[in-house]
Design a protein around this ligand. Structure first.
Ligand code: BTN
Length: 252
């Protein structure tokens, strides 16, 4: 099972009808040495999907895309690791943006369509010395799911009113992921990637609300650092502040 029209991502695709978490299966495949760069593990029924900040990722069986890509970005110094998040988010955004114009990246790498979350990404890196050995990029895209437990989530079908072939959408998305990763590997696009990320970022140079230390806080996003921290100019303070993943939570 593979796709021939990409350079790296999806040359080898491992399909499992059901599994716990594709990120965990990808990690097992890496440990067993059974992968090449770009190997993808995909399932129709992920029963124990993991999300950021230790949350669970629930996706209805057979309705959505849940898969993980194994990358070996040895060319990337570890302090530049946020670029992997950035190219992943940009690729998925460009793919969904081809259907729905209002598709934004919400820091660090969630994708929102018409202000509702349609995609979650969980990237897990392992290092060898000061370089990457592997980066497992886990992606969950809501494609055909029509009913959601909360009103802040959505799917491609819900935003467009049509149903989609999962196989076709999977191959389209792999092409976007491959093209952006090839750009990153070229080594001379890093600034362009960072600028493109900012241009699609929720709250960039706009008023946003978030929770910080338990308080509702207002500000506008001014930048994202090389290490992936978000810089926000608070409404109440003259200085911009930097926040890591555990320090802020967006208000929905
Ligand atoms: C989040 O928004 O919190 C991230 C969700 C990431 C979900 C994907 S689905 C495929 C891969 N396998 C997992 O267990 N998680 C990721």
């Amino acid at each position: 099972n593979s796709t021939q029209d990409t350079l790296i991502i999806g040359k080898k695709v491992i399909y499992l009808p059901t599994c716990h978490s594709t990120n965990d299966i990808a990690a097992e495949i890496v440990h067993a040495g059974l992968f090449e760069e770009g190997t993808v593990v995909i399932t129709d029924n992920q029963v124990k999907g993991r999300g950021q900040r230790g949350t669970a990722w629930n996706a209805n069986a057979g309705e959505n895309l849940t898969f993980s890509v194994v990358l070996t970005p040895r060319f990337l110094p570890i302090q530049e690791q946020f670029l992997i998040s950035q190219v992943t988010a940009l690729a998925i955004r460009a793919y969904l943006g081809s259907y729905v114009p209002d598709t934004k990246v919400k820091w660090p790498n969630d994708i929102y369509m018409n202000n509702r979350k349609a995609v979650g990404v969980l990237i897990e890196n392992s290092l060898q010395g000061t370089r990457y050995s592997t980066s497992i990029v886990g992606i969950g895209v809501n494609i055909n799911q029509a009913v959601f437990e909360n009103n802040h989530a959505t799917s491609l079908a819900r935003e467009t009113g049509s149903a989609f072939s999962l196989a076709e959408e999977f191959h389209k998305l792999l092409k976007y992921l491959d093209a952006y990763y090839v750009r990153l590997r070229s080594g001379f696009q890093n600034d362009a990637i960072r600028n493109e990320y900012l241009s699609h970022l929720y709250g960039y140079q706009q008023d946003v609300k978030f929770i910080h230390k338990g308080n509702l806080t207002k500000g506008s996003v001014t930048d994202v650092t090389q290490l992936g921290k978000i810089r926000i100019k608070l409404a109440t303070e003259p200085e911009e502040l930097e926040f890591g993943l555990k320090e802020i939570e967006w208000v929905k």
